[in-house]
Each structure stands twice: as C-alpha cells, then as structure tokens.
Design a protein around this ligand. Structure first.
Ligand SMILES: Cc1cc2nc3c(=O)[nH]c(=O)nc-3n(C[C@H](O)[C@H](O)[C@H](O)COP(=O)(O)O)c2cc1C
Length: 320
C-alpha cells in the first residue's frame, strides 16, 4: 500500500510484463504492490500450455504478488484452468473481459463477450459455484458502445467478486482517444463492487487527476505508464531515491537484458523483446529520436549492445 493507502498494480501487458520483467522490475524499483499476469488462454479441458503456467508459478513469483489472468468463455475450460492454478497456490484469479483484438473478440472472448451479458451471467453462475479461487474481472466499457457496461453491472452485482478493474474505453477503440473518466464514474456508482481504476496514468499529474475525481478509489492499475517511466510508482507514492536516474535505468536495462539472454535462444527474439521495451522507454528521453532509431534498427545482439551503450552515454534528459 504506502502513501495515502493506495495500491498500485502492474497491468498485464502480453509480451512485456512476464515473470522475468516482474522480477527484474521489483529488484530495481519500488512502489508497485501487485501485478496481474498477462492472460493465459483456456485450451480445452485437460490441456495446459506449460510456458504460460510457468509464468505464474509461485516459486518464480516471490518478489511481487501476482494474480493469474484467464482468457476464455467456456465455463468447463475455465474451471479446469482455475483449479490447476488453485492447486499451484493461487487463491485469486482474474477473468479477462477486456482484450480488444478483433481476432479474439470475434470468438466472443475478451471484450467480444461484453455484448452478451446473458452469456456472462450463465458463465459466472456455473464457474463461481465450482472454482475454489476468488474471482476478479478486468473489463472495458463495452465492445462497441460505452453503454454496454450498464446492462452488465446489474448482473455482476449478483455475484461475489474480489473487484472490477475497469479500463474506460470500448474494445473497438483499442487505445485511441482518452480514457473516459465520466463513464468510469457512472459505472462506479452503478455497482456494488469495489473498483480499480486503469487507463492512461502516465505521470504524477494524470494520477492526481484520477485520484481527485474518484477519492474513494484506492487501487490503481498502471501498464504503459510504467514501461515508459519505471519510476512512476515511486513518484506517485513519494518514495525518494537519490541515485542518478539514468544510471538506475541502465543497470535495470542490463539486468533485464541478461535475464532475457538466458531465456531467448535466437538473437532476433532477444533484441526483439528488448526493442519492445525501448519503444515505450525511449521517447521518455528528451530529443533522443536519433539514438532510439539506432536501437530499434539494430539487427545483431552485438550491435544492439553497442548502440544501447551509446544511448546511455549520450546526455539525454529523462522526462518524468
Ligand atoms: C501490449 C499490450 C498487451 C496487453 N496485454 C493484456 C493482457 O494480457 N491482459 C489484459 O487484461 N490487458 C492487457 N492489456 C491492456 C492493459 O492491461 C491495460 O488495460 C491498458 O494498457 C490500459 O492501461 P494503461 O493505460 O495503464 O496502459 C495489454 C495492453 C498492451 C498495450
């Protein structure tokens, strides 16, 4: 928790906030209290993808409390996976009703299910009577319209839920436009459940704005804002750090790189993963476009390391 009794939760970001990132991040930065892991898809009964399960294995997740997230719409498959996670030690699971990608939504998964409140009702009726874990839901306002949520909230009120994590955009909006604070407020006051706010907290001011608008909200989920500025949770909580920021970022980067080096076999995979982080982190360095371009163009591991070194040695100013 910390300052103002607020909890900061690292958002699930598929391809970014995996167990390696979560552990390395926790070694270098504070202020983040919990994380939801990137989604694990249901695969049909009796089938599990070992790499996805490994990502949430409690023995690998001792540094940051993690809640596994499940993506799926078939009650039996969900129960099978949730039971497996329970046996591993996960008392809580999260259901993904927010994924905006059309390939997933077309199959009535993620935000694609939000247009079918009766299916969500039937799903929860079956699942919640069978699983041993408690359940939270992460969702958007709707698939196509921001009003869809108002047909769903009375249904969700019937069930015990840990919390509702709401990212106030529609699915088809993807990440366009801004998070709709008015719609978040309306949803918050139309539900009996506890809410966590998620969306576009990118700096101290955007956090303070949300906090001012919703003083009862104590739990905030942040995704891209932390990738862009790993100091953000410390800043929000007023955790002072005297050490040089660029030096801290460099040490963090090197640690992340070395950890991924042990995981990814091909250089393309390794640099590809690291470049993903740079696409968020890089623009936080003032006037660094040229240096960032070199990193994003690096094809070999050797070249990548060389241009990253050069980047950190250039006197770019880190903007929070
Ligand atoms: C690359 C990427 C991957 C994501 N993966 C997931 C995911 O696995 N599960 C999920 O619920 N949301 C996922 N999201 C959505 C984020 O968790 C979050 O809701 C969204 O980015 C808004 O929060 P932010 O503005 O703080 O980033 C993803 C978003 C991005 C950009």
């Amino acid at each position: 928790m910390g300052k103002n009794n607020i909890t900061i939760i690292l958002a699930p970001l598929q391809g970014f906030t995996d167990v390696t990132y979560r552990n390395v991040f926790s070694d270098h930065f504070s202020g983040v209290d919990e994380a939801i892991a990137p989604f694990i898809s249901t695969m049909g009964q009796m089938r599990l993808k070992p790499s996805r399960i490994k990502d949430v294995a409690p023995e690998n997740n001792k540094k940051l409390f993690v809640v596994p997230q499940i993506l799926g719409n078939i009650a039996g498959d969900f129960i099978f996976l949730a039971d497996h996670l329970y046996d591993m030690g996960h008392k809580k699971v999260n259901w993904n009703l927010g994924c905006p990608h059309s390939k997933i939504a077309k199959k009535k998964r993620g935000s694609g299910l939000l247009m079918y409140p009766e299916k969500i009702d039937a799903f929860l009726d079956t699942v919640l009577s069978k699983i041993s874990n408690t359940l939270s839901i992460k969702l958007r306002l709707g698939r196509k319209s921001k009003n869809e949520i108002f047909n769903l909230l009375p249904i969700l009120d019937k069930y015990p839920l840990d919390e509702i994590i709401l990212h106030p955009r529609t699915g088809i909006q993807m990440y366009e436009g801004t998070s709709d604070h008015d719609a978040f407020g309306k949803a918050l006051y139309s539900s009996r459940h506890n809410f966590t706010y998620n969306g576009d907290i990118t700096d101290l001011n955007s956090f303070l704005l949300v906090q001012k608008k919703f003083p009862h909200i104590k739990r905030f989920m942040i995704g891209r804002g932390i990738l862009s500025n790993p100091f953000l949770a410390e800043r929000i909580k007023g955790i002072g750090q005297n050490k040089d920021k660029i030096e801290r970022l460099k040490i963090f980067h090197d640690d992340l790189f070395n950890n991924y080096k042990t995981i990814f076999s091909g250089p393309g995979h390794l640099t590809g993963r690291m470049k993903g982080f740079w696409s968020y982190l890089g623009p936080s360095f003032k006037e660094s476009k040229k240096g960032l371009k070199k990193i994003l163009k690096a094809t070999s591991t050797h070249k990548y390391q060389y241009v990253v070194e050069e980047f950190f040695n250039t006197d770019y100013k880190f903007i929070e």
